[in-house]
Design a protein around this ligand. Sequence first.
Ligand code: NAD
Length: 485
Amino acid sequence: MAKSVPITVAHGDGIGPEIMAATLHILKAAGANLEIETIDIGEKVYLSGNTAGIEPSSWDSLRRTKVFLKAPITTPQGGGFKSLNVTVRKTLGLFANVRPCVSYHPFVDTKHPVMDVVIVRENEEDLYAGIEHRQTEQVMQCLKLISRPGSEKIVRHAFEYARRNNRKKVTCFTKDNIMKLTDGLFHKVFDEIATEYPDIENEHWIVDIGAAKLADTPEIFDVIVMPNLYGDVLSDVAAQIAGSVGLAGSANIGEHVSMFEAIHGSAPRRAGQNLANPSGLLLGAVMMLVHIGETEVAERVHNAWLRTIEDGVHTYDIYEDGKSKEKVGTKEFADAVAARVGQLPQTLKAVQYKAAAELAPTAKSAGQTRARAKKDLVGVDVFLDWTKGSADDLGDALSKLSGDGTKLEMMSNRGVKVWPGGHAETFCSDHWRCRFLAEPLGGKVSHLQIISLLQRFSDAGFDFIKTENLYNFDGERGYSLDQGA
Ligand code: NAD
């Protein structure tokens, strides 16, 4: 018999303990070879005074087993409690969120009878770095950070997932027609990595029309990879329109540790009544089995579950008179799935994971070995908090600060060019970007020249709120131009 695989299990709050018991019962019946370490997380831990909701010792278990099967938890109301999911995700570097959104027509009500889409969401970067500043009376800023290594990791994961799971196509959603540098990088990395997977089709959609298509015609998509914010929004949309929020599981994948769970919460009002549907957690556990290489068990569990759904054995949340055959509780549902281990669905498509383990390992990222580009400082954007007049007034005043190798090139307000040659209709806030480039144009600027420019700003009584250096990388512009520029 193969060596058993250690995993860490948290039973969670609300319906958590019931759906976890049901899930573990089914995994055992299907012959999963697991060595379970149990940890406490959630409400009890929060209320004991631990604001993170997880004991320091639990991290040791997670680092040891590297696999976390987690039931939903309740975050207590009131301030001071940190989201456990965010803490776990950030602490363990869980860079990929993978969420299959599948409809089970005609057995479970759905708007889209043939939907079978997997959303792969980047989990660590983008606007979720949490770097926000209030810069003026009127303007707040949130930094959107997209890195090449981060993009490479998530895109590669999407293609690897597709290959492992017999998927045919990976689609990328970005908004790189507007965010040419950040989303542009994500798209570029997608195109580069796609060439390493000639067996898998690839395509890119602008996220707005892509999202509309996903909501309207999900059957044209297979695996979709996207940056954090779009993924956050669209993975919920996709799960909801599949008609089966209570049936969806998800994986949070890291380089060292990975976490598997249901997408729903702890549903406290349903707790302790043997009512909850354990399917979301069970399908999360199926992803875990594939992840740890127990692909045959994963296949047995998933197919037995599909057969149960098909046989009309349903918990209250998906039960429908006429369509369903038997309304069951959590325990009875688990027994029904366990009794069907070894059976295949008759109408729904049976899943196949067996081939996954036989895949050859793929080449690792080339990202680490890239030569660093030659970086030239060519100017600086100085941001001002200023309310004393028009764009032309400010332009006149700042033109006098040019000199010592830098020259005012243009000014913008909320990204729209307002000097020189602005339009009277453009609304101006108190937040101005003033771009100084090397003089003569095309040359380089030194840190000292920027410091001396800022000294002149300060001497003239301007409130500069931040600066952003302007670089060229191997001669290619590393900053955006303005709308209207
Ligand atoms: P929820 O997902 O717990 O419940 C939403 C609705 O779906 C409820 O009507 C509930 O009865 C139903 N439902 C959810 N799962 C079900 C299941 N398995 N079977 C049958 N019905 C089910 O969302 P909520 O009510 O907004 O949140 C409750 C608690 O869960 C909150 O404390 C929240 O912070 C927490 N939460 C935890 C996680 C997590 O641990 N990953 C995720 C989301 C919410």
